[in-house]
Design a protein around this ligand. Structure first.
Ligand code: ADP
Length: 606
């Protein structure tokens, strides 16, 4: 009966795993679709129909130089690049002389009046008229000028819209004259509402200045609405990073699940950046569970949050190019019905007797066997996973292609590229497994020959860089200028370095750069692959090179793997007469360094 129970638990766990794989693969596809739609938005004037293709509660941001639009309209308290000052015609000289040199305000007013008829000069003329009327102690006339200015769209020399200058000055004037006909409080409320609704595209400093003014006039110390402020900051940050990417000539697109569980996807060309911002809850729209999964619950875990205590399955979102994990659990429990309490007690008693009776050596032997058996069964289940999730997405995508459901060319091309990448990955996995079998049984043949080892490193990095870039990762390569020769099997050496690179990317949930360095001295060459990822516990640093061993942190984070990569790397390095060393600090990162003896002192060329 106990066995039946265990079997039921195992089945329920496997079902959970299958559902989790399907859901995550489907989510990856969904995000890929949103990505593609953003690219389309960049290519065309945005077609209205495209709006329907994004999550309902998401906001599309379209940034161009000197313009920003949000759809659906959303308030921006300040914008990254507000329009610059409107050019002023050269017509204020006479009025300026009367005002400043002669201090003859009446004459200055006369000179300014006709300028209010000229559209390009009107806003500035009204501003000066209001100022003069205030000097002449005619608050009503100043208010009339400010009222007219409220309709203006031009921007003053200080980069502040004339309409905002007028609204601010009106509030202040009304507060000082205590005019019972005009309520200073109502004017201040109107100015506040206009700032909150983002009526004018403002510099951040301008917004902050007028916000402080409004607070002063209302005797309050309110913060601006948090939503609008966060959104405005997000748009400014995106713009800053875009400009930076344009300066360095790098491409700028990516995805991010933010700490508050909102989602940001962006894609930029030199002239336009489009981004999708979906508040927390987007995942509800993006993650579809199969029909028979009513009992399944899921939640998003930030990279460092612990998983729950009930039985669950974790899936890293790395394949969907996001940090964090999804935790799946089932609310229906496995029935415990047939489990007989007496039998359980008897079993426990028997176990106790066995344990007491067993000699220490026997205990050691048994536990080692058990550990190996556990490792092997973990390995079999990991390998099945490695195949299952790409196969699920491959069959889904081939079906879409076969049924002609991907109509436009760019979608088809993306689907083909995906098929190519994933079949390549599966092929490498099969080859790895076959070669691993050969290495284990001692049947592996190595072709050891002298090679320009940095040339090999360069080739692997160039190859890997393209794939890494698709996942938003960069590889920095730094090699000594020498061209050292090392005796090695080129194919296998490539495999070893690639393996280290794949691990560096896979186990770096947050830092998106990995570093490859090559150093040479008179005796040996050192090639290191460094990351700033999750690191490896000191007590695990030796055992991770054993076959099937996977680190606790990696498993906890739901990162998939088979546990044979490092064991193969070590066998390859051994076969080439080299050595591998690991330095790692949990939470800070790892450096794997391969050392190879030089093929001969004379063979190192400058
Ligand atoms: P796999 O990656 O398939 O689990 P490997 O043999 O390549 O198998 O690695 C064994 C274990 O070593 C991993 O499960 C992981 O815990 C740890 N590991 C390997 N490379 C890194 C790395 N760069 N950063 C952190 N942990 C790593």
């Amino acid at each position: 009966m106990e066995q039946d129970h265990n079997l039921a638990v195992q089945r329920s766990h496997e079902r959970l795993e299958q559902i989790a794989d399907l859901a995550v693969a489907q989510l990856g596809g969904q995000l890929g679709d949103w990505d593609l739609n953003l690219r389309e938005l960049n290519a065309l004037p945005p077609p209205a129909a495209l709006r329907a293709k994004f999550p309902l509660n998401g906001t599309l941001v379209i940034l161009e130089h000197y313009s920003v639009a949000a759809d659906p309209g959303r308030s921006l308290l300040f914008v990254p690049e507000p329009p610059s000052a409107s050019p002023l015609p050269d017509v204020f000289e006479a009025a300026g002389k009367f005002e400043f040199r002669d201090q003859n305000y009446e004459r200055a007013l006369e000179a300014l009046q006709p300028l209010t008829q000229k559209p390009a000069a009107r806003a500035e003329a009204l501003l000066r008229i209001a100022r003069l009327e205030r000097r002449l102690n005619h608050p009503d006339a100043a208010l009339v000028a400010y009222d007219r200015m409220l309709q203006e769209t031009a921007v003053s020399n200080d980069g502040v819209p004339y309409a905002l200058l007028a609204a601010g000055a009106r509030c202040e004037l009304l507060a000082s004259v205590h005019d019972p006909l005009h309520s200073a409080a109502a004017a201040t409320e109107r100015l506040r509402a206009a700032l909150v609704e983002g009526r004018w595209p403002l510099h951040r400093e301008t917004f902050e200045y007028y916000w402080a003014e409004v607070n002063r006039l209302r005797h309050t110390s309110d913060d601006p609405p948090k939503d609008a402020q966060d959104f405005s900051l997000l748009v400014s940050r995106l713009n800053e990073q875009w400009q930076q990417a344009l300066r360095t000539g790098s491409s700028f697109n990516g995805r991010e699940a933010q700490a508050d569980a909102s989602l940001l996807i962006w894609h930029a060309t030199p002239s336009r950046l489009t981004a999708l911002y979906a508040p927390a809850g987007w995942l509800g729209a993006g993650l579809k569970l199969p029909a028979n999964a009513d009992d399944i619950r899921w939640r998003l875990l930030a990279p460092s949050s612990p998983a729950g205590t009930e039985p669950h399955v974790l899936r890293s979102l790395a394949e969907a190019q996001l940090a964090g994990r999804l935790e799946f659990s089932s609310v229906s429990t496995v029935p415990d019905a047939g489990l007989n309490r007496a039998l359980r007690l008897a079993g426990v008693g028997l176990m106790l007797v066995l344990v007491l009776a067993g000699a220490y050596a026997l205990y050691r032997g048994v536990s080692r066997e058990l550990r190996v058996a556990q490792l092997q069964s973990d390995f079999v289940s990991a390998v099945s996973h490695e195949f299952r999730s790409p196969l699920t997405s491959l069959s889904g995508i081939s079906e879409l292609l076969a049924n002609g459901r991907l109509a436009d060319e760019s979608r088809k091309n993306q689907a083909y590229a995906y098929l190519q990448r994933e079949t390549g990955r599966l092929k490498r996995l099969v080859e790895d497994l076959l070669d691993f079998g050969r290495m284990e049984s001692g049947r592996k043949q190595y072709q050891i020959e002298p090679h320009d080892v940095f040339g090999v490193v360069r080739a692997v990095v160039a190859d890997f860089r393209e794939e890494a870039l698709a996942g938003g990762f960069g590889v920095e390569l730094n090699l000594d200028s020498n061209a050292p020769t090392v005796k090695a099997d080129e194919q296998e050496l490539r495999r070893a370095i690639r393996n280290l690179l794949e691990n560096a990317v896979k186990y770096s949930p947050e830092c998106r750069t990995v570093w490859v360095e090559g150093r040479v001295n008179h005796r040996q060459v050192a090639i290191s692959v460094r990351d700033r990822g999750m690191g490896i516990e000191p007590r695990e640093q030796r055992v991770v090179f054993q076959k099937f061993v996977r680190g606790a942190a990696a498993k906890k984070a739901g990162i998939k793997g088979t546990g044979i990569g490092l064991s193969m790397v070590r066998q390859i390095v051994d076969a080439c007469g080299g050595e591998i060393r690991l330095e790692s600090v949990p939470g800070e990162g790892s450096t794997f360094t391969l050392f190879f003896p030089l093929a001969g002192a004379g063979e190192t060329r400058k």
